[in-house]
Design a protein around this ligand. Sequence first.
Ligand SMILES: [Zn+2]
Length: 173
Amino acid sequence: MKNNQIFIIDTSAILSGKPINIEEGELITTNSIKNEIKPGGRDYRVFQFLIQKGLKFFSPTKNAVEHIINISKKTGDYGRLSKVDIEIISLSYDLSQDTSKEIIIISDDYSIQNVANYLKIKIQNFNQEIITKRFKWISRCKGCGKKFKENINTCPICGSEIKRIVIKKEKLG
Ligand SMILES: [Zn+2]
């Protein structure tokens, strides 16, 4: 049994209601997640269960949040991440400074996974698979097909809708 693992769970992991194996380490999330789960119902019961099992709440440092915002803009994920998503990654980044601990984010969110991979923080989705590829997003116009690095919604050339696409998948070694 490893007891140096820290699992950081996001809202989707809690709301999935799927069992999370927390026998092997600490379970942590951000304080702001409390605002996303309303009292009553199944989600709340799962949440209460995790708290009973020892789920702890922390807030990321300001520096980490700034760093993660910059990184996610670089990877093209910024527009796809909620405030809580940013905090989850930032908190993971803070905790990963302690190299005696193994930090693992549990999330099915594609953009969280992408930024975590960029930071070399481990990710587990609910099927326990470790994501081994890194993705780079770009914007492509649905009309004229022109590609843009920025995260924009409307093509400045033809006015069509812009779609976000994955252009690069690189294996992480
Ligand atoms: Zn266009």
